[in-house]
Design a protein around this ligand. Structure first.
Ligand SMILES: Cc1cc2nc3c(=O)[nH]c(=O)nc-3n(C[C@H](O)[C@H](O)[C@H](O)COP(=O)(O)O)c2cc1C
Length: 179
């Protein structure tokens, strides 16, 4: 089994990264092969709405997204994580999402399993539930992912808070080992 992590936080070693890594570690404990893309470190041109992909079978931009498309073809599971920024995902993850358009319009995403990770400082779990549900159904479900599990870590302003409240890290590892 091949599992690919996508980290949407600009913090390479922040709480999103820690939770995505925990899911991957759980999967590795069952023999999975894993890799991680830190979007903030990659050169990913935002979608330019040129519709080149509709005519030509692929996106016009041969930047680092090419590697992500390859990973989508080869992976059994994607683990996509982002901190909540002003009630939504980060700009880095939004660029990733918009570029999925070229995949959805061509080879498609054929039930690649998906684990979603959201991290927020606010301790109120219900605050962004509507947004996250919308993302699951109207975005990832629509694109063709098979959402198998998700974590919404709340009350986590800093990575250290994941050590104080171990529930989320434990859940992440368990999800990974159940993949
Ligand atoms: C620009 C910015 C906007 C944020 N907006 C929110 C928000 O709307 N709600 C919230 O609960 N936390 C918000 N946060 C806090 C982060 O979601 C939180 O600190 C998270 O743990 C950061 O994850 P990371 O370490 O992976 O970057 C915001 C942080 C930043 C830098």
């Amino acid at each position: 089994m091949k599992v690919t992590g996508i980290v949407g936080s600009p913090r390479k070693d922040g709480s999103t990264s820690e939770l995505v890594s925990a899911v991957l570690a759980g999967a590795e404990s069952n023999g999975a092969e894993t890799q991680t893309f830190n979007l903030n470190e990659l050169d990913i041109t935002p979608c330019q709405s040129c519709y080149y992909c509709k005519e030509n079978g692929k996106c016009k931009y041969e930047d680092d997204y090419v590697e992500i498309v390859k990973a989508l073809d080869e992976s059994d599971v994607f683990v996509i994580g982002s901190p909540v920024y002003f009630g939504e995902v980060t700009a880095q993850l939004k660029h990733f999402i918009d570029r999925l358009y070229s995949v959805v319009n061509n080879q498609g995403i054929n039930n690649t399993k998906l684990v979603l990770v959201h991290v927020q400082a606010n301790p109120d779990a219900s605050l962004y539930e509507g947004y996250i549900e919308h993302q699951k159904n109207m975005l990832y479900g629509y694109c063709g992912f098979d959402i198998v599990d998700s974590i919404q870590a709340y009350g986590i302003p800093e990575k250290e808070d994941l050590s104080t409240n171990k529930t989320f890290l434990e859940k992440a590892k368990e999800i990974g080992s159940n993949l």
